[in-house]
Design a protein around this ligand. Sequence first.
Ligand SMILES: Nc1ncnc2c1ncn2[C@@H]1O[C@H](COP(=O)(O)OP(=O)(O)OP(=O)(O)O)[C@@H](O)[C@H]1O
Ligand SMILES: [Mg+2]
Length: 459
Amino acid sequence: MQKNILVVDDDPDVVLMLTDRLESLGYATLSAVDGQHALEILESEKPGLVLLDLEMPRMTGLEVMEKLAQEQARLSNLPPIIVMTAHGTIERAVEAMKRGAFDFLMKPLDLDHLTLVMQKALEREALKRHVAVLREDVDSRYGTIVADTPAMASLIALIKRAADSDATVLLLGESGTGKELFARSIHQWSRRIENPFVVINCVALTETLLENELFGHEKGAFTGATTQQKGKVELADNGTLFLDEIGDMAPDLQAKLLRLLQDREFHRVGGTRLVQVNIRVIAATNRDLSKAVREGKFREDLFHRLNVISFSIPPLRDRPDEIPHLADLFLRRYTKEMGKPGMRLTEAALGAMHRYRWPGNVRELENAVARAVVLSTDREIGPEHLRLSRDQEEEPQVREASDLSYHEAMEHYRYYLIEQALKRARGNQTKAAETLGLQRSYLARVLKQKRAEAQKDDQ
Ligand SMILES: Nc1ncnc2c1ncn2[C@@H]1O[C@H](COP(=O)(O)OP(=O)(O)OP(=O)(O)O)[C@@H](O)[C@H]1O
Ligand SMILES: [Mg+2]
């Protein structure tokens, strides 16, 4: 929606000239010839931008800004203000900037310059709103924790207590059990809440890239490093650094991370100066870290550094009582997101959810509900909409194969094996191929074929 632009100037000619110009550019305008009037309009009409003259007889532009600052709490979302001032009064313009004006313009006005500054101000406002919406989205996504069973409730109580300290926390649990949700919650429950929560995914990148992402680099550290760049560790200063999938971190980097955890200081890549940071560290992994230590894949000293306070989040199959509540949470979330109000889960659907083993834990449950909301054409969500994969029952594919021809059954089984390996490798095709002793290209071909078939079936 196009917002109004408020023009405030005690000279009616200036007001007319500006409103004409803005309207010819397609903006809707409002106008005021003194500060008091401007304040009234600001309250009643909520314009999207203000062009404010600083020299006005009854109430100056600066006084208007002062009044606005006092009322800021009540008038949520003040629009950006561009002040206009005559030659020789630059100090006042500077004062206005200090009080939060977006920019200032010298009179006589250069209209092209004015348009440019206005566009910038409006763009910034749009961006601010966008960020606010995104933040709300993240907050609502990570805001609600279901903890219905006594075991989970006491786990949450412990986690809350740990949140208050600066101690390093290690979160263990299978994939999709809620490690990131808990990490974010610890940050929210801590004194660092106003400062950044920065996520580093330790598995996603090659060693050099990860080092660069963690520590940043100095200008000239490598070809292409034309400026100094801060890494995520530095961005997390005074906040929380979340090291996700820590069990997958390369050995060389483990050493560097250990140093960071011990001394809270590091070098940027290519740098000689030590940079100090104040960070709280939370790490998470779905791997068995003690086993990785025994196998020599994870540094023991780093493990002890991380393992100051550790929590194991139980898999969903060990707390089935939480399934209905979680399902309901996700149902509300996704019906709202997709504009399909009033949907409900049938008893049969809930029964199927109870029987299922949820290898992908809460995330899998969330995905199943989201998919069902999309797929179901009526208000009832039945088991058929959940599409829970049946491989949790004993080798179903093989059993079902009895009414298939030999070749069809082999075809089926081939895909089944690949799917299982992929699941274990958490979607990593190279790893999955390795465990099956297959060429990755072959595995990719089978998957592609299967997806093409599935697509044909869906149409
Ligand atoms: N107890 C809970 N209450 C509400 N929502 C939850 C709960 N546990 C997990 N979720 C939701 O399930 C989804 C998966 O959780 P999350 O991303 O935290 O898992 P994870 O352990 O980090 O998984 P992975 O190891 O695969 O990264 C998220 O959308 C999260 O909000
Ligand atoms: Mg995660």
